[in-house]
Design a binder for this molecule. Structure first.
Ligand code: BGC
Length: 875
């Protein structure tokens, strides 16, 4: 049971929170025929069926996702809910557990605190501490901290850090929307005197490093500030709120420099032990000053936070001298390193983080520092600086920065004794739950899948990024390409809903979006054509397909419309040249107009479908017509009916036309055949860039050439994903040649569509647009040659879907699990003479088989209800 797609969330501000649940019913054919939701403020009463807030009544529906429709929810209130369901036989099943959600501020009017900061300006480097003591006069029942920050923060109560989030709050366009975070601080409070401490970091709010995107000139820039209310409810029911304001004290901290982009510098000699505890003597601290709020729009941050997700031990250790060491984690990650070291007071230790080593064993930053424009040498790239207090073992981990790296080179200005255990890598990212798994008999395939997930996660920090080192930018193109990979593998809806709100904040009145989101202003001029910024349509549409949840599509509807209307305005012919084209191609270049027009077509189609879903009939008609017009213009210009080729017939041209549905039905087979021939002529290797990788494997496997697609996908020679893997990659790269001279980050998600393709083609698990959220699964696995085992599983909204096959002695065993409340349309392509058996009996009778034109193959279809199935496909 979830609320707003999270388990038991606190700080919910939605007017009608979405409630969703899964059936716990393993019987075959299990489904829900009706439900009834009960919401109340008293869990005991709710147990007895008394819902003092909302009782939905019995609703005849199989839906397991509903919005709250009771009376207005109050702020700061814990609501409990349960759901009763009626099963496939119409029998009322055991009622659910009781779970809950708690509302937050519910609007600006409930804030009591003021925005405060110290009196330094944006150029001041050290991060500020803030503290206040207060006494809790009575027995505490519960306490919550609501903290809104321009910048980053760590919150402490009585000396302890609150929560395990990292880099909160998530990055937004601070002057349009500022996020606040709710923490349950009940257990951190103590009777009598309490001390609250806040450390503020710069994050993207006060970008002091200088690089080509001018974040140092962002319109929102300011010295970090915060506003906080700690709301204490006493056992006698009374409420007391401790707020930010006058009476707080401030001092500079030992974090002497912090940049989200480059690194953090820490001088342990400046530590003030106990600064966040009640007894600390703060008379030398300064008074805080009031500051204006960064925006008028302070909203709840309700998503899976960034965390320290995994600790990576060092694999290799190289002592170069007494004061120079290189550590190798054995894999590429995003995050930070933690060092434990003992040395003389004042010893300065530099930790340089890199993805590559030079031949002489030192780290090499030359592939990732290319867009950095330092003005002096005080802010070295990806290099933390730690100054020791001295004499005992000390530990350092940056608080307000992360990096992309595999290697850490340590240089100290005095000898220090380090061992392999002195350093640990910490993989950080938005901690989205895993939602899928791939296992196969080909190790390279499994490693590609893992590397794809590593790159996906390395690029998820409250918004999707291109790479965790060189840029950390919310590049739209990379994210629209990776959306399916993301959603098959991870429960990412909360992050994308936040990021689409960032889109809405950044959209110009005329519909234009910047190429990176959020942005300090850069990107409205370059790289923001439909091949990149179609995120506005493609992401909500995929969220709808994967979750069956219309909300994001509805919230983004007007924005998609303005966006499509803008392209129409600048592209009256139906063709558009606005875009970057097939970025970082292997060799052949396809026309920008071809690829950008395909995206324009996709957007118009999504807009038409969204209009239909949201009951906007006139828009539906209008945008369908527009889509047709674009398709006609596209085919008139690029399609040659005689040859069945698009443009020059290169891989991207043919596959983009097929994948985005631009090829007239009559010619699909011909175009697909041409694509297969083209790929064969290219020696079954890729000849695509970013946009082509999205399309190529799907275009082949969806049109009868799954074996050819698998050949390309499983190559281990250049250019291919496997080529990176056999050369030691643990993440995906930005360029096909490993020794390329530019565009050479080693942790890019942009070529990551293959991660989705494994599910869609080899596993054959696809959402059905007519019954999204995998209520009906389009199940069409491809038992490709040269692969003997493949298994895909995906945790959809209704439960786990499994599609698993094994080939042995020419018999294929195919195992399927369809979760409760779901069905599947199974479609199997059989070679001539192969039949489908279930329980030893053939079920592929004449009337279940359909011949595929032009081949010897036949299609077997069957509708499956919830349950576990084992089919045998044999001659
Ligand atoms: C980024 C890409 C991005 C591209 C846009 C690069 O610098 O790293 O991933 O999509 O610019 O052209």
């Amino acid at each position: 049971m979830k609320c707003e797609h999270l388990v038991n969330p606190i700080g919910v501000d939605a007017v009608q929170p979405r409630l969703s649940w899964q059936l716990n019913d393993s019987r075959s054919g299990a489904k829900q025929t009706a439900y009834q939701i009960f919401v109340g403020t008293d869990s005991l009463k709710l147990l007895k069926g008394q819902a003092d807030v909302w009782n939905s009544g019995k609703v005849l529906s199989s839906s397991t996702l509903e919005s709250y429709k009771g009376s207005d929810l109050k702020a700061f209130t814990k609501y409990y809910w349960k759901v009763e369901v009626w099963d496939k036989d119409g029998i009322r099943a055991k009622t659910s557990f009781i779970t809950g959600f708690e509302t937050g501020m519910k609007g600006m009017k409930n804030w009591k605190g003021s925005w405060i900061s110290d009196s330094h300006d944006v150029t001041t480097k050290p991060a500020p501490y803030f503290r206040k003591t207060f006494s809790a006069s009575k027995k505490i029942l519960s306490a919550r901290a609501y903290i809104a920050v321009a910048g980053l923060y760590e919150l402490y109560l009585n000396g302890k850090k609150i929560g395990n989030h990292r880099l909160d709050p998530m990055y937004t366009r601070f002057d349009r929307r500022t996020l606040y975070v709710t923490h349950d601080v009940t257990s951190a409070m103590q009777d009598g005197i309490n001390a609250v401490g806040v450390l503020l970091g710069n994050g993207w709010y006060n970008h002091q490093s200088t690089a080509v995107w001018y974040f140092d000139k962002a319109p929102w820039r300011g010295r970090p500030a915060f506003c906080m209310d700690i709301r204490i409810v006493y056992e006698d029911g009374s409420v007391e709120t401790i707020s930010s304001g006058k009476g707080w004290k401030t001092s500079l901290s030992p974090v002497v420099f912090n940049s989200i982009y480059t690194a953090e510098h820490y001088d342990a000699r400046l530590e003030q032990p106990g600064w966040n505890t009640p007894k600390f003597e703060d008379s030398s601290w300064k008074d805080v000053i009031f500051r204006s709020a960064p925006s008028e729009n302070i909203v709840a941050q309700l998503l899976h936070p960034i965390r320290d997700v995994e600790e990576i031990p060092v694999q290799k250790f190289n002592k170069i001298t007494e004061s120079n060491y290189v550590f190798d984690l054995g894999r590429n990650i995003s995050g930070v390193s933690r060092i434990k070291v003992k040395g003389l007071p004042g010893t300065t230790i530099r930790l340089k983080h890199a993805e590559r080593l030079m031949e002489n064993g030192h780290v090499d930053l030359s592939n990732i520092d290319v867009h950095y424009r330092p003005t002096d040498d005080s802010d070295p790239f990806q290099t933390d600086i730690f100054i020791l207090k001295g004499n005992s073992e000390e530990t350092f981990t940056p608080k307000f920065n992360y990096k992309g790296f595999q290697y850490v080179e340590i240089t100290a200005d005095q000898p220090v004794e380090l061992s392999k255990e002195s350093l640990t890598g910490i993989f950080m990212h938005s901690d989205v739950p895993a939602a899928g798994e791939i296992k196969s008999s080909n190790q390279v395939v499994d490693k590609i899948w893992k590397a794809t997930n590593n790159s996906y996660l390395s690029n998820l920090f409250g918004y999707p990024t291109d790479c965790p080192q060189r840029e950390k930018n919310g590049w739209t193109g990379d994210a629209q390409i990776a959306i399916e990979t993301g959603l098959y593998n991870f429960d990412g809806i909360t992050i994308y809903e936040k990021w689409l709100a960032d889109h809405r904040d950044e959209q110009q009145p005329n519909g234009v979006l910047p190429s990176i989101i959020p942005t300090g202003g850069w990107g409205y001029e370059w790289g923001n054509g439909p091949d990149w910024t179609s995120t506005i349509a493609i992401i909500p549409w995929n969220i709808y397909l994967f979750y069956g949840d219309k909300k994001l599509l509805a919230d983004s509807y007007d924005n998609i419309k303005r966006y499509v209307d803008h392209i129409t305005e600048i592209s009256p012919s139906g063709l558009t040249t606005w875009g970057l084209g097939d970025w970082v191609p292997v060799k052949s270049k396809s026309p920008v107009e071809l690829t950008s027009t395909a995206y324009y077509y996709a957007d118009a189609g999504i807009l038409a479908k969204a209009a239909k879903l949201l009951g906007k009939e006139a828009d539906f008609v209008k945008y369908n017509k527009l889509a047709l017009k674009i398709k006609d213009a596209f085919n008139a210009k690029y399609f040659n009916k005689e040859t069945g080729l698009y443009g020059n017939g290169i891989q991207t041209e043919l596959s983009v036309a097929l994948f985005w549905g631009l090829v007239p039905d009559l010619y699909k087979n011909k175009v697909a055949e041409n694509l297969a021939k083209r790929v064969e002529a290219d020696n079954n290797h890729l000849d695509v860039g970013l946009l082509g990788t999205k399309a190529i494997l799907n275009a082949l496997s969806e049109n009868g050439y799954a074996d050819a697609a698998y050949k390309v996908a499983s190559q281990e020679t250049y250019p291919s994903w496997g080529w990176w893997i056999v050369n030691g990659a643990t993440t995906l790269y930005e360029n096909w040649p490993i020794d390329a001279k530019s565009d050479i980050s080693r942790n890019h998600i942009m070529f990551g569509e293959i991660g989705a393709w494994f599910y869609k083609s080899l596993g054959g698990i696809k959402p059905d647009p007519d019954q999204p959220g995998f209520r009906n699964i389009l199940l069409e696995p491809h038992f490709v040659q040269n692969l003997n085992h493949f298994e895909a599983s995906h945790d959809g909204p209704e439960g786990k879907i499994v599609s698993s096959w094994t080939r042995e002695n020419n018999v294929i065993q195919y195992k399927v699990v369809i979760p409760p409340n779901s069905t599947a349309k199974l479609r199997l392509i059989l070679e001539k003479g192969r039949n489908v058996f279930e329980n030893q009996k053939t079920i592929s009778t004449e009337n279940t088989l359909m011949k595929i034109q032009g081949t010897d193959n036949q299609v077997f279809t069957k509708t499956l209800s919830a349950g576990t199935y084992l089919f045998e496909l044999k001659f």
